[in-house]
Design a protein around this ligand. Structure first.
Ligand SMILES: [Zn+2]
Length: 124
């Protein structure tokens, strides 16, 4: 999980998989103007990942980002960024560089906000 840490900046990634099953986390550059407080996935990384998905039969099923010294739950800024309502939001909190928590959320189908979903990690 240390590869997901860009502490003190927010790390971000695309979650690739099938259905609701995440199979791969593809790290992407955070191009936000203020990457210690916000994240914005580089659109060219997204296009590249979509192309690869077309070949592998997978799809982008969600987004990951980290909250340095924050909580493993969506912020108000995150709620304003929701475009795809079927995307899983995986959020990691990092305290210092080594305490790591992770939460998974789905945007409400109507209106702003998220509902927590359970996260099951399977060994490969
Ligand atoms: Zn956030």
């Amino acid at each position: 999980m240390h590869s997901l840490s860009r502490y003190p900046e927010e790390a971000c990634a695309l979650i690739v998989g099938c259905g609701d099953k995440a199979e791969e986390i593809v790290l992407a550059p955070n191009i936000a103007e203020n990457p210690t407080r916000f994240f914005e996935i580089d659109p060219s990384a997204r296009i590249h990942t979509e192309k690869k998905c077309r070949q592998s039969g997978q799809s982008i099923i969600g987004v990951f980002h980290s909250h340095p010294d924050g909580e493993a739950k969506p912020s108000n800024a995150d709620a304003n960024m929701v475009i795809e309502r079927n995307f899983i939001w995986l959020i990691a909190s990092l305290n210092g560089a080594d305490e790591f928590h992770m939460g998974a959320f789905l945007p409400f189908q109507n209106g702003a906000g998220f509902t927590p979903v359970s996260l099951k990690i399977e060994e490969k």
